[in-house]
Every structure is written in structure tokens, then in C-alpha cells.
Design a protein around this ligand. Structure first.
Ligand code: COI
Length: 361
């Protein structure tokens, strides 16, 4: 695979310091974007080429561009954190790069070399470093690498041209309530992904498919939908855009990768962070009946959602057809909050990075 270098063509008109600072005081999630983006093209027969860092701008697309019709698209999400000495580091970018390659394979797209993925993220963060929120708070710079099929034509086939882009957005809490516990609707009829489908690929279609179920969850007064498996409608899979963990006293359990669950980087990291803190951690099948029963008999002590965007967010209320219950009295659980703190402390450079997860720029 060829590895293009990234040519720097920075903006002549970046946002003023005052405008940027105003955004950074309350960034929200995914509402504001930095001054630049990185683009790299792939063409059949030529491979990866034309790596550029350019001003953030709309991308003109022919109305017959493949991605607009057949959704050949994949994306990633990772974060850059301001460290105590003012430097910046990203969290496990090689994990995202590897997952991006796995998603590419599933969607018949070319694989971007891991080092090019990381180089592209680094180039953007380096250029827009001033957009990385200050050390001390929970804010970070969220990076969104993605790839679209850009061949023009309506034939259904893998495209012969692609565009890889990285954009960046300063990020506060994903949920407007911050770490306030969220409520979950366990949907027993809508499914997110089927065995052999695309559930373990990070592709926009999975998120489009979640929108109706998410709207139904909202109509039930819930923040997120929880999907069950597509065959038995029984086994807990994941939420609309994040993974789930169950806390049984000193043990944390996350649904095992079934092929239709996205292998979250936060999910994976917590299996290790929990052990570091002296908890047991495991992947196992958890049914929605077990979830209800163990919450009611008190053995299931806490539940939380996790993801790059959501970090760790406690679950307070769960609803399913004919039943509703509270998790940890509707309050953030102790184990949940300890894990959250431990993970954020690694990411923000407050505790030692003993697993070599932080990538310094
Ligand atoms: C992430 O956590 O990075 C995601 O891609 C989830 C999305 C719902 C924001």
C-alpha cells in the first residue's frame, strides 16, 4: 500500500482567537468545527494519493456520486486531550485505524494504512491545536475520520474512487445532562443488525437504521434505545450509538462480541481499566430478562453506557414493554464513576499511561 505525504495548505482566514475561545467555553457535541480538514484520495490503479491539509470547507459532489445512493461510507470517532504540560495526545488511535480497516473490508472499500490514518489525525490536531480545550475540564477535541465512495455512476458495485477526510470538533458532554443518568428503552421489536450483516462495521447505515428506534425511545421518554439480538430478540447487544456494561458488585460484564455489535474502543479499554482497579471484567451474553430480574433482586448493582463520544454515562432508568425499573436508585453508581474517573485520568495525563494508550503529538 502506498503512503501519501500530507501537503499543508493552511487557511489564510482561521477563526479569530476570540471567536474560537467563545466556542470553547460551551462546545456541546458536534456543533462546531475547526479551521482545517485533511483529505486523501484513492483511485483504482493508483492507490492513495493527494494527501492535503486544507481549510475546512464543503465538498462538492456530483448528484450521481455513489455514496449518495448506495451508502458506501465508513467513519471513526476518537479524541485528542490537552495534557497537564499543555501538550496534546490522542487516545489509542491505532485501534481506531485498525477498526477503520475492518470496516473498509466489510464495505468493499480500500484499506487506509494504519500509519496514514494516524498521520492524518496528527496533522489536523497539530494544525488546529488551539482548538483542543484546556486541561482540567472534561472537554476534548473529537476527531471524525471518514471515507466515502466518490465514483460517479449508478451501477451497484464497489466504487473505483474514494475520498478519506478527517474533520475535528471541540466536544463537551454528548448528552446535554452531562454525567446525569440516562434512561433506556429496551426495544423488543426493532433490531440494529443481523448475523452476517454490518453491525460490527462503523458505517453510517447502522446509525441511519437506529434513528426510528431512537425516535420511538424518545416517545417513551427515554434518551437511548437498547437493541436486542435479531434472532431470539432476547440478548442485549448495544445502544443506538454506544456499548453497554452491567455491574455485578465487583464485576463488570459487557455483551460479548456477536458479530453484530460494534467493538468499541472505550468498551475494550474498560475491560483492562476495571482489572487495574481490582474489579473483575468479562464479556458474556446478557438477556433482557436477566437484566430485569437481576436489577429487581439487587445483584445487578449498576449499568452504564460507554463510547468515545459518551465516555461513560450512567443508566438511571430502564423501560421495556410492560416494565420499568431504576438502576442504582436512578443515581450514578460508585463503580461507574470510579471507572469513569480512572479512564479520564489516563486520557488527560493525570495518571500514568501504563498500557501505552496515549499517542503524543
Ligand atoms: C463515538 O462514540 O465516537 C461514536 O461514533 C458514536 C456517535 C453516536 C457519536
Amino acid at each position: 500500500m502506498t503512503t501519501p505525504t500530507i501537503e499543508l495548505k493552511p487557511s489564510a482566514n482561521p477563526l479569530s482567537d476570540a471567536e474560537r475561545e467563545a466556542i470553547l467555553t460551551n462546545p456541546g457535541f458536534g456543533r462546531h468545527f475547526t479551521d482545517h480538514m485533511v483529505t486523501i484520495r484513492w483511485t483504482e490503479g493508483r492507490g492513495w494519493h493527494d494527501g492535503q491539509l486544507v481549510p475546512y470547507a464543503p465538498i462538492p459532489l456530483d448528484p450521481a456520486t455513489h455514496v449518495l445512493h448506495y451508502a458506501q461510507e465508513i467513519f471513526e470517532g476518537l479524541k485528542a486531550y490537552r495534557q497537564p504540560d499543555g501538550s496534546v495526545a490522542t487516545f489509542r488511535p491505532e485501534k481506531n485505524a485498525q477498526r477503520f480497516q475492518a470496516s473498509s473490508r466489510r464495505l468493499a472499500m480500500p484499506e487506509l494504512p494504519v500509519e496514514t490514518f494516524i498521520e492524518a489525525c496528527d496533522a489536523l490536531v497539530q494544525q488546529d491545536k488551539a482548538w483542543v480545550p484546556a486541561h482540567g475540564g472534561e472537554e476534548s477535541l473529537y476527531l471524525r475520520p471518514f471515507m466515502i465512495a466518490t465514483e460517479v455512476g449508478l451501477g451497484v458495485k464497489p466504487a473505483n474512487e474514494y475520498l478519506f477526510i478527517v474533520i475535528a470538533s471541540p466536544a463537551g458532554a454528548y448528552f446535554p445532562g452531562g454525567v446525569k443518568p440516562v434512561s433506556i428503552w429496551a426495544s423488543e421489536d426493532r433490531v440494529r443488525a443481523v448475523p452476517g450483516g454490518m453491525g460490527d462495521a462503523k458505517t453510517g447505515g447502522n446509525y441511519a437504521a437506529s434513528l426510528l428506534a431512537q425516535a420511538e425511545a424518545a416517545a417513551k421518554g427515554c434518551d437511548q434505545v437498547c437493541y436486542l439480538d435479531a434472532v431470539e430478540h432476547k440478548w442485549v447487544e448495544e445502544l443506538g450509538g454506544m456499548n453497554l456494561y452491567f455491574v455485578y458488585g465487583d464485576k463488570i460484564v459487557t455483551p460479548s462480541l456477536s458479530g453484530s455489535i460494534l467493538e468499541g474502543v472505550t468498551r475494550d479499554s474498560l475491560l483492562t481499566v476495571a482489572r487495574d482497579l481490582g474489579y473483575e471484567s468479562e464479556e458474556a451474553r446478557v438477556s433482557v430478562d436477566q437484566w430485569q430480574r437481576d436489577s429487581e433482586n439487587g445483584t445487578l448493582t449498576e449499568v452504564f453506557a460507554c463510547g468515545t463520544a459518551a465516555v461513560i454515562t450512567p443508566v438511571g432508568t430502564v423501560k421495556r414493554a410492560g416494565a420499568e425499573w431504576k438502576q442504582s436508585g436512578g443515581e450514578p453508581g460508585e463503580v461507574t464513576m470510579k471507572l469513569r474517573q480512572a479512564l479520564l485520568d489516563i486520557q488527560r495525563g493525570i495518571t500514568a499511561d501504563k498500557h501505552g494508550w496515549m499517542h503524543e503529538l
